[in-house]
Design a protein around this ligand. Structure first.
Ligand code: C2E
Ligand code: CA
Ligand code: CA
Ligand code: CA
Length: 278
């Protein structure tokens, strides 16, 4: 069984006896991946829905192994989480992003905030705010250029802990987005109590935005965000129709293949220098 580009879930569902050895084989390679410098980051911009000026960009992890080739994040991220390796790899990601921002700034580019996906396990690390402050200090960048994307599931377990952690992150200067908003089931009351900056409208809603009932959900999410003074970012925008509809519904930012695929660090100059055309 080959796992490239496929979701871990599909493998479990197949129920094949070859699956477990295959996962173990991938895990063994994953254990060495950090030391072997097999991880890289790509960056995907999100842009102001009205002006198309870049508002920020999201860092996304890529893993290429000599024998396995490129493995999909849908496969290896869950393995990093299950094994706990995501904490160490997550720190590598944060450090790499800080160093990269410093490099862009030295080249004279006006850097927009970079969003880093934070796994629930990373969010549980008490030293996260201090780690971030140390990394931004070491690299000489402003913590305001860092944004953390967190899914609702990461902070529903212990609301009081989460509120305090989010307060500390805000004090450190980083902003926070709720990723995949609307897909987890949770009380909406936390939106008011927690210091949050953006809601990311999940790709599944964007894909089906032509469906009037889905449109109603997106309209409600945007209305909720406006009333709570949160910005919305719609992810997975692939067509002009989706872009137009989201803009007319009042989404603040748009992200997706229509504007740019995730690209290596040396290609971001393309969208740091002005409006993005489609
Ligand atoms: P996510 O955070 O929801 O990331 C959005 C995913 O949608 C990315 O997939 C991105 O490449 C993809 N995407 C962007 N625009 C479009 C579009 O127009 N159409 C479609 N169909 N897809 C689009 P990717 O890079 O494969 O990442 C998948 C998931 O893996 C991410 O979902 C995130 O949960 C996780 N992940 C990726 N990088 C990291 C990381 O550095 N740390 C952590 N903890 N998780 C990560
Ligand atoms: Ca994300
Ligand atoms: Ca997302
Ligand atoms: Ca997702």
């Amino acid at each position: 069984a080959r796992m490239n580009g496929r979701n871990l879930h599909e493998f479990y569902l197949e129920g094949s006896r070859e699956i477990v050895p295959e996962i173990l084989r991938i895990e063994q390679k994953l254990f060495r991946a950090l030391d072997n410098a097999e991880f890289t980051l790509v960056y995907q911009p999100y842009l102001n829905a009205k002006t198309h000026e870049p508002g920020g960009m999201e860092a996304l992890l890529r893993w290429k192994n000599n024998e396995l080739g490129s493995v999909s994040p849908g496969v290896f991220i869950p393995l990093l989480e299950d094994t706990g390796m995501i904490v160490e790899v997550g720190n590598f990601i944060l450090r790499t992003v800080c160093q990269q921002i410093a490099v862009w700034q030295r080249r004279g580019l006006t850097v927009v905030p970079v969003s880093v996906n934070l796994s629930p396990l990373q969010f549980k690390q008490l030293d996260l705010p201090n780690n971030i402050l140390k990394m931004t200090d070491d690299t000489g960048i402003s913590p305001r250029l860092l944004n953390l994307e967190i899914t609702e599931s990461a902070f529903m377990e212990d609301a009081e802990y989460s509120r305090r952690m989010l307060m500390q992150l805000r004090e450190a200067g980083t902003s926070v987005s709720i990723d995949d908003f609307g897909t987890g089931y949770s009380s909406l009351s936390y939106l008011k109590r927690f210091p949050i900056n953006h809601l990311k409208i999940d790709i599944s809603f964007v894909r089906d935005i032509a469906d009037p009932e889905i449109e109603a959900i997106v309209r409600a999410i945007i209305g909720l965000a406006e009333n709570l003074h949160l910005k919305t970012i719609a992810e997975g925008v692939e067509t002009e129709e989706q872009s137009f509809k989201l803009r007319s519904l009042g989404a603040d930012y748009l992200q997706g293949y229509l504007f740019s695929k995730p690209v290596p660090a040396d290609e971001v100059t393309r969208f740091l220098s002005g409006p993005i055309k489609t």
